[in-house]
Design a protein around this ligand. Sequence first.
Ligand SMILES: [Zn+2]
Length: 83
Amino acid sequence: MSVAEARSKGIGEHYILGGEEVVIVDSLHVSCDGGGGVLGHPVEYITLEKGGEAVCKYCDRHFYHVDHPRVPEIRRKGEPFQP
Ligand SMILES: [Zn+2]
């Protein structure tokens, strides 16, 4: 398994920006379960385009691929948090 593949198993960088949860990922394939527990939802598999973005239809978590043009702004303005 490559480093990139290993990291894609993780959930990426989480930020709160403008009241919404934003995740920066370096994988084009992510899964979201809403964090599990009472706040969780059925696992949703999301495919991103390179430099693209997507929103989880269950929990509105916003995923940005690391090449997305907003990523530097998110890292600068977002509030990092541990999910
Ligand atoms: Zn979700």
